[in-house]
Write a protein that binds this ligand. Structure first.
Ligand code: GH3
Ligand code: MG
Ligand code: MG
Ligand code: MG
Length: 306
């Protein structure tokens, strides 16, 4: 039967901080014997520097050290974003419940008392390395899932759902703090179906990506920008008065229409702008932008209406 402890953990780096040379050597040899890479540091300060400059996969930490004690080292590493996830195992002759509690409340994952048994130290090191690797994988997958759930796969910008959720937060805050108005701009590429029909769906996709880039270049960091539907995009521009939003929309309109997108030629878009009146819900605001967009289409496309 294979247990979790028997699976190899490929050459993890372990930092040992202990002021007693015999402990440093003994622990080091035990770990090297199990194919870990080992770094040894004899003082608190040197241990801390070593951990921060090149974060190891796990730390074995003595408590009583001549300069900074192990608890303090642990506290500092847990406060540093670069080192906070490194599992720390205390190895100490202090066999008092109070010290153990203090160790765990500093964020240690384990506590081994001296004199230690080699097999036990190895077993504990192995399990914490495994747990940490597993946790990192989970976090990575969660981030990836989060990205998939909130962005549009073709253009990489926000999708409709995450736009709505961010925009709703923004609207509620703006209402609460009586902030100045914010603009919603809805835009729809003109006669996009023709581009697909004439050049194929892949070229249509490339046009969508290029239009996205042109819009993105014209926006500020604070503007929310999302793919609203097929060839429709939406922008929420915070603290923007009516004229500001119309100017922004017209600048975006010109940046799309200004230069041909090969091989499709000139691509244009129509824009509808609405400015928030305090108390209005997001749906109402977007509906007004949509009516303005319809006006822009009816008035001949490639223009901004509000
Ligand atoms: P209008 O000026 O009135 O907006 O005309 P239009 O042709 O742009 O409008 P319509 O709504 O008739 O067509 C939109 C087209 O966009 C139809 C649809 O196949 C296409 N489309 C939607 N999403 C995508 C996509 O992700 N990729 C591509 N290539 N085409 C898409
Ligand atoms: Mg000591
Ligand atoms: Mg459309
Ligand atoms: Mg269209």
């Amino acid at each position: 039967m294979t247990t979790i402890l028997e699976e190899p953990t490929t050459a993890a780096t372990i930092l040992i901080v202990d002021d007693a040379p015999e402990n440093l050597n003994l622990l080091g040899r035990i770990l090297e014997g199990a194919d870990y890479r080992v770094r040894r540091q004899p003082t608190g300060r040197m241990g801390l520097t070593s951990a921060v400059t090149s974060p190891p996969d796990l730390i074995l930490l003595d408590i009583r050290l001549p300069d900074i004690d192990g608890f303090e080292i642990c506290d500092r590493l847990k406060q540093n974003p670069d080192t906070k996830d490194i599992p720390i195992i205390f190895i100490s002759a202090l066999n008092d419940a109070g010290d153990k509690v203090r160790a765990f409340s500093s964020g240690a994952v384990d506590y081994v008392t001296k004199p230690f048994q080699a097999a036990e130290v190895l077993a504990r090191v192995a399990i914490h390395l495994r747990h940490n690797a597993f946790r990192q994988q989970l976090e990575m997958k969660n981030r990836e899932l989060e990205r998939l759930a909130t962005t549009d796969p073709l253009t990489g910008i926000l999708n409709r759902r995450s736009f709505t959720s961010y925009a709703e937060h923004y609207r509620a805050r703006a209402d609460r703090y009586h902030q100045s108005g914010f603009g919603v701009i809805l835009l729809d590429i003109d006669k996009f179906k023709r581009i697909n029909d004439a050049f194929g769906h892949d070229i249509g996709d490339r046009v969508l990506v290029e239009v996205t880039e042109r819009i993105r270049h014209g926006l500020r960091e604070v503007d929310l920008f999302a793919r609203w539907g097929g060839e429709e995009f939406i922008i929420l521009s915070p603290e923007t008065p009516q004229e500001g939003a119309i100017h922004l929309a017209d600048r975006l309109r010109r940046s799309i229409a200004g230069e041909e997108i090969a091989p499709a030629g000139q691509v244009t878009a129509s824009f509808g702008v609405a400015i928030s009146h305090g108390g209005e819900d997001l749906d109402g605001l977007i509906r007004r932008a949509d009516f303005a967009l319809l006006d822009a289409k009816e008035a001949g496309r490639n223009q901004v209406q509000s």
